[in-house]
Design a protein around this ligand. Structure first.
Ligand code: MGD
Ligand code: MGD
Ligand code: SF4
Ligand code: MO
Length: 679
């Protein structure tokens, strides 16, 4: 048995170092690498099963060409030569007739290292195709709001939490999405440090913490303002820190904060006045409070305001200036790698942009030129994109040439004209850098590609060469490209010798000192001139959103989507064990909401609104409050009673960063066997 040191490539902040145990070119077992301090020798329950992902009997083994109607899933095997010839000739003709903007490369980060994730978009960049505004389904709202407040910088090192005196998981289910940080927090708790969870759901993290505040969805900015109100009232602000390091506290304190009395804050957030007072007192007394900020609170209409408010809070007590204090959203921006060599090898300075989350609308409605072909890699938009029915209708267009590259026959791949089998990360070599810690690592492939699977890297290079692109990136090996990531880098990355990275194991590249601010003023911008220029509130504020108020008057329930424990992304749906552990796709309703509708645990129900109807299994439980319906994960339609949750979600954009508004979805639920009372 051989042991290969690899890196977990799943879309997860932890970026664990792993040991893959390999026998006869087969992964037998995967475990956490004990030599990486953050991984600390354990992988999560999902990745413990990645041997089954690599060797799943459901893996695609050859390229396929469609033989039946779009979406029917009828295909015949073809050779890679035939597939690549067809793609190259179709694209060459489309470029000649309609220009390159009739093409769209739709590749996202999921589950690979930096070379494989960027090179597909690099190919389309060089071709001058329409450009994907990537990540709007995920983190662009929180990232933009963070950048407007602190600047494009990373946040606190998760390993610094050992020095904290209070930990708040604010809208983050650590046990689901950040287990290695949770392990650090648990150790700290044993020393008596309190852990508070602010989340509409009593998640596993909330249930295990010292205190859970079940906040009403979309009211986080109001809670922050209520806390600041009390900190001001009780003289608990660090005035010296605020004066030296922030911009705009004075107008905030004068014009916005006074509205958020404990009474008003309680009315908005659904929390008790006494709890708001207690939380503010705890936060005010702590010197080195650490807030782990989750993304869930930003996936709704006013998500940007929520994030700006929460990210401003550690400045009020000066926690940003102290070791163990501050906030953690993402770290990547403080690791200055230069991925442009792969992402933007050549091509026009600007090209038409397509918002990742507006795929359905753009496939159906873009003109001059309409989209005529799309390559989807490492993405499952028929399930994971809002307006999933529009995505499916768009992909069904007879005049759209669809190519999907994936290890599995996903809901999206069923709409393809050509399906190409992809490797998983354990079959590729790549360079990795975390977005939730400060580590980087180069990893070899653990095993050879399964069947006829090709990596994104190999596919993009082969297509580029066929299409006559001459950029060096399309001819170099991964190891030859690696030094380009360090050329011209600044900060901690500049001190790394790229020659020592291959075979070097995990390397930490953390910034030193307290939280850095890289805004136009060089300070934490509570007041943002950039937002004022856009006509948005320049100070973090909470106001009701008119569209949400209107929809809430029409529909009695509000959707909460959160990661599920065993199927957090559809990428895990090829592992039968994890599918079974998670169970059939389900929703959770509070007992009183279920009783009001005569619905019982375990029965099939229909979730519906003006957009669609979806069938799921009902679970009744009090982990959520009345008026909320929880749907964990995004699950493929074929596994559910019927459809997938994103059919009910609109493609509306958040206030900042043009992100997705899953949590701004309102709906009702009824028994599945009842005739549909559709809107
Ligand atoms: N192991 C593993 N980890 C992962 C992933 C994975 O596949 N596997 N996926 C990764 C990816 S792509 C991402 S983007 C991150 C996402 O991870 P997070 O940043 O944690 O964001 P979410 O998972 O969307 O939501 C987290 C929590 O926010 C809560 N929430 C929802 N709305 C609100 C609100 O209005 N206010 C408050 N206070 N809370 C709210 C939800 O109940 C949920 O518990 O996780 C990553 N982590
Ligand atoms: N309603 C609702 N919708 C959401 C969310 C939510 O909270 N609520 N969360 C959103 C978030 S945060 C995210 S990040 C997105 C995630 O959505 P997606 O980006 O679509 O991610 P996955 O569902 O994991 O699908 C990734 C696909 O990549 C394939 N894959 C894995 N490895 C490789 C590889 O090496 N090469 C290629 N070519 N393919 C590979 C997998 O098999 C899988 O089909 O979903 C978003 N959608
Ligand atoms: S915790 Fe995250 S990085 Fe670690 S093994 Fe699990 S999915 Fe991978
Ligand atoms: Mo994400």
């Amino acid at each position: 048995m051989e042991t290969v040191r690899v890196v977990c490539a799943h879309d997860c902040p932890d970026m664990c170092s792993l040991l893959a145990h390999v026998e006869d070119d087969k992964v037998i077992r995967v475990q956490g690498d004990p030599d990486q301090p953050y991984t600390a020798g354990f992988a999560c329950a999902k990745v413990n099963r990645d041997a089954e992902l690599v060797h799943s009997p459901e893996r695609l083994t050859t390229p396929l060409r469609r033989t039946g109607p779009k979406g029917s899933g009828q295909f015949e095997p073809i050779s890679w030569e035939a597939a690549l010839d067809e793609i190259a000739s179709r694209w060459t003709a489309i470029i000649a007739e309609s220009g390159p903007e009739a093409l769209l490369g739709y590749a996202y980060s999921a589950h690979q290292g930096q070379m494989n994730r960027h090179i597909v978009n690099g190919l389309f960049h060089a071709l001058g195709a329409s450009r994907l505004q990537a990540g709007t389904v995920c983190d662009t709202c929180c990232e933009t709001a963070w950048d407007l407040t602190l600047g494009p910088v990373g946040s606190a090192d998760p390993e610094s939490v050992v020095d904290s005196d209070l930990v708040i998981a604010w809208g983050c289910d650590l046990m689901a999405v950040n287990v290695h940080f949770w392990a650090k927090v648990e150790a700290l708790r044993k020393k008596g440090v309190k852990v508070v969870v602010i989340d509409p759901r009593r998640s596993r993290t909330a249930a295990s913490a010292d205190w859970h505040l079940p906040i009403r969805i979309g009211t986080d900015a109001a809670l922050v303002l209520g806390i600041v109100h009390i900190l001001v009232r009780d003289g608990l602000c660090d005035r010296a820190y605020l004066a030296a390091n922030t911009l705009g506290f004075e107008p905030w304190e004068r014009d916005v904060v006074p509205r958020f009395t404990p009474e008003y804050t309680a009315a908005v957030t659904g929390l008790a006045i006494a709890d708001i007072e207690k939380l503010a007192a705890m936060y005010g007394a702590a010197k080195r409070s650490f807030i782990r900020i989750g993304e869930g609170m930003t996936r709704l209409a006013r998500g940007g305001q929520a994030l700006r408010a929460v990210a401003s809070l550690p400045a009020v007590t000066g926690a940003y200036g102290r070791q163990g204090g501050g906030a953690l959203l993402m770290t990547a921006a403080s690791m200055d790698f230069k991925f442009g060599f792969v992402k933007k090898p050549s091509g026009p300075a600007t090209a038409r942009q397509v918002n990742h989350l507006r795929l359905g609308d753009d496939l159906l409605n873009l003109k001059d030129p309409p989209l005529r072909s799309i390559l989807i890699a490492a993405n499952n938009p028929a399930v994971t994109c809002p307006e999933a029915n529009k995505v499916r209708a768009g992909l069904s267009r007879e005049d759209l040439f669809v190519v999907v590259h994936d290890p599995f026959m996903t809901d999206t791949a069923r709409y393809a004209d050509i399906v190409l089998p992809a490797t998983t990360y354990l079959e590729t070599q790549d360079f990795y850098r975390a977005y939730g810690s400060y580590y980087m690592q180069y990893a070899p492939a653990a095993v050879a590609p399964q069947g006829q699977a090709w990596s994104n890297f190999r596919l993009a290079q082969a297509l580029a060469r066929r299409l006559g692109l001459t950029d060096p990136v399309f001819r170099m090996s991964e190891q030859e490209i690696l030094p380009e990531f360090f050329r011209g880098a600044t900060g901690a990355v500049a001190h790394v010798d790229p020659a020592k990275v291959i075979g070097g194991g995990p390397i930490k590249v953390a910034p030193s000192g307290g939280q850095e601010f890289r805004t136009p003023s060089g300070k934490l911008e509570i007041y943002s001139a950039a937002l004022a220029a856009q006509g948005l509130s320049p100070l973090p504020d909470w106001q009701p959103d008119e569209e949400e108020v209107r929809d809430a008057a029409r529909w009695p329930l509000r959707l909460l989507t959160a990661p599920s424990y065993f199927q957090p992304h559809t990428a895990y749906s090829g592992v039968q064990f994890l599918r079974k552990r998670e169970g059939e796709p389900f929703c959770v309703l509070n007992p009183s909401d279920a009783a009001r509708r005569n619905l019982a645990d375990g029965q099939k129900v229909r979730l519906y609104n003006e957009r669609a109807a979806v069938g799921l299994i009902l679970r009744v439980g009090d982990e959520i409050t009345e008026g909320v319906i929880l749907v964990p994960g995004q699950r493929p339609g074929a596994e559910a009673v019927d459809g997938t949750i994103n059919m009910l979600c609109s493609d509306r954009l958040t206030d900042m960063g043009e992100g997705a508004c899953y949590q701004s979805t309102f709906l009702d639920v009824e028994a599945w066997d009842r005739p549909a009372a559709r809107a």
